[in-house]
Design a protein around this ligand. Structure first.
Ligand code: NAP
Length: 296
């Protein structure tokens, strides 16, 4: 399959590109800069120049491929509405050009805000509806296109897609610990996050692209619930720093933007995903990775 990958230079996207190439697929990657284009060319990936802020460029990339994996995101943590707007416009443009073709598209999402008091499952719909909602309501928009001749799917990634070199949430927690001289958890630290190793997440994206039916919600989740206290303890161990509780009202100052996510329960099951695709994660656990120095 000739696959158009947005976010092909990102943390997850670069592993997805390798996974697709290893499986014999042809890849065209979106690049918004010369550096990103050079990184892709070095891997033998065709380059499509464009930007999330230019939906026409994204549409053209999708039009020329047999399938799409959408992993680009502006991640403007200071102004999430900016990222959400660009996400909505880009996803809409790609779905539009794929309508009636039965071609596959995978759109990335996270696991925040789905349910309260229990792990989220693949059966839980996203409450984000419409352009003004979280991630521009792209999950619902994507899945609705299963009725419009698109093999559209969503992969919800655990809040930590971990591994050496990760620059995601755990890297921000580690940076906060270094800066403050203490590795913090919020309150009693019983809030939990799900987690997945990057290589397992990349394999799931490939399997979904190849095999999952239209309208699938797939959970890239290897560990259902890791307590935020355990995460803080592992970071403290790796950095040789003390571990302490941070009062919820001090979390924003202590952690920065990632404090809001660290205080959120983002546990999730992947039972249906595993059954549907025969996906068995095999990478190291999050705490193992942190303790082994992946973030130090
Ligand atoms: N990593 C996680 O733990 C995690 C957890 C839950 C959900 N997710 C979601 O999974 C997806 C992939 O995440 P990631 O961690 O791989 O992200 P990442 O490492 O931050 O990579 C973002 C990618 O988007 C590209 N990009 C940023 N702004 C762009 C723009 N204006 N136009 C075109 N491309 C642009 C970047 O290209 P450049 O190389 O040019 O910067 C990069 O390839 C995202 O939707 C993310 O929200 C990730």
């Amino acid at each position: 399959m000739h696959v158009f990958v947005t976010g092909a230079t990102g943390w997850i996207g670069s592993a997805v590109v390798d996974e697709l190439l290893d499986a014999g697929h042809e890849v065209t990657g979106l690049a918004r800069s010369d550096d990103s284009a050079a990184a892709l060319e070095k891997k033998g990936v065709r380059v499509h120049r464009g930007d999330l802020d230019d939906p026409e460029s994204i549409r053209a990339g999708a039009a020329g491929a047999d399938g799409v994996v959408h992993l680009a995101n502006k991640h403007d943590w200071a102004e999430p509405a900016t990222s959400d707007r660009a996400e909505r416009n880009a996803v809409e443009a790609m779905l539009d050009v794929l309508a009636g073709t039965d071609r596959p598209i995978i759109v990335a999402n996270g696991l925040s805000g789905l349910v309260e008091g229990r792990p989220a499952t693949e059966a839980d719909p996203s409450p984000a509806l419409g352009p003004g909602s979280d991630r521009g309501g792209s999950e619902t928009l994507t899945l609705d296109h299963a009725e419009r001749g698109v093999r559209s799917m969503v992969v919800r990634f655990a809040p930590s897609v971990h591994g050496a070199g990760d620059w995601g949430f755990v890297a921000f927690l580690t940076a906060a610990a270094k800066e403050r001289g203490v590795s913090g958890f919020i309150g009693d630290g019983t809030t939990t996050w799900s987690a997945v190793h990057r290589a397992d997440a990349a394999r799931l994206v490939r399997l979904g692209l190849e095999e999952a039916p239209a309208g699938s919600r797939l959970h890239a989740v290897a560990e259902e619930a890791v307590s935020t206290r355990e995460i803080a303890e592992a970071i403290g161990h790796a950095l040789g720093l003390p571990v302490a509780s941070i009062a919820p009202e001090d979390a924003a100052e202590h952690f920065g933007f990632v404090g809001a996510f660290f205080g959120m329960d983002m546990s999730a099951s992947s039972a249906r995903t595993r059954e549907l695709l025969g996906w068995t994660p095999s990478g190291p656990a999050l705490v193992e990775d942190i303790r082994a120095g992946a973030y130090a």
